[in-house]
Design a protein around this ligand. Structure first.
Ligand SMILES: Cc1cc2nc3c(=O)[nH]c(=O)nc-3n(C[C@H](O)[C@H](O)[C@H](O)COP(=O)(O)O)c2cc1C
Length: 208
């Protein structure tokens, strides 16, 4: 069931000066309401010519320093980010009728942070990070399955699979965060936080 927030963004949330607090509130609600992947977001990147591309990734961490996802550094997105660190994220929680858009710059997370997260992943996922040359052309499905088998043989101690150098996390340090709430007859509500040059979040209401 879709749920409206009957109180509205301005009444509920305008007293919050910190967008991370509001993100956390909405994210917690999404975790309890969405049937699948409440941490899924559309990630937009662009290459150095400015040609954009978008795909879904999963949010694995966030705090006041940014929003973190993990991926293959040599994938299409990985190569684009290396050329152009400007990126954008968009969450859409269908059952809550809410959207959050975040713009900012990406920086690779420290190796230690990536190592710690990698260790929490299932054995098959850790092997997959070795076996899949993400976004490169496969001759056949067998090629990938053989790679998986070979890496399982190479790293047969499930407690000891090293993190590949080509697999890590990116942290999006936000410069703006916009919260969108569905309204009747498309008179939606939008609250945007923008970081000013003094590092203070400035709030504005936007027209739908
Ligand atoms: C719900 C969902 C979550 C996903 N999460 C990730 C992720 O966290 N990291 C990742 O590399 N790919 C993830 N993918 C796959 C990507 O959307 C994409 O296919 C892949 O990363 C290759 O993208 P690229 O060629 O633009 O690099 C996810 C796909 C879906 C549908």
């Amino acid at each position: 069931m879709n749920e409206k927030n009957s109180l509205g963004l301005d009444k509920c949330f305008l007293d919050l000066d910190n967008p991370f607090e509001l993100f956390e509130k909405w994210f917690e609600e999404a975790k309890s309401k969405e049937i699948n992947d409440p941490n899924a977001l559309a990630l937009g990147t662009a290459n150095k010519k400015g040609i954009p591309s978008v795909r879904m990734v999963l949010l694995k961490d966030f705090d006041k320093n940014g929003f973190v996802f993990y991926t293959n550094l040599n994938s299409q997105k990985g190569n684009e980010i290396k050329e152009n660190p400007n990126a954008t994220m968009c969450f859409h929680w269908k059952s809550l009728l809410r959207q959050i858009r975040i713009n900012g710059r990406l920086k690779q997370v420290d190796d230690k942070i990536a190592d710690n997260y990698y260790k929490t992943r299932a054995y098959e996922s850790r092997i997959g990070a070795w076996a899949s040359k993400q976004s490169s052309i496969l001759k056949s499905r067998e090629e990938l399955l053989n790679n998986l088998e070979n890496f399982k043989k190479k790293y047969n101690d499930i407690k000891n699979v090293p993190r590949p150098d080509h697999w890590s996390g990116w942290n999006l340090k936000p410069s703006s965060i916009e919260f969108w709430l569905d309204g009747d007859n498309r008179i939606h509500e939008r609250l945007k936080y923008t970081l000013n040059e003094k590092n203070i979040w400035i709030k504005t209401l936007l027209s739908p």
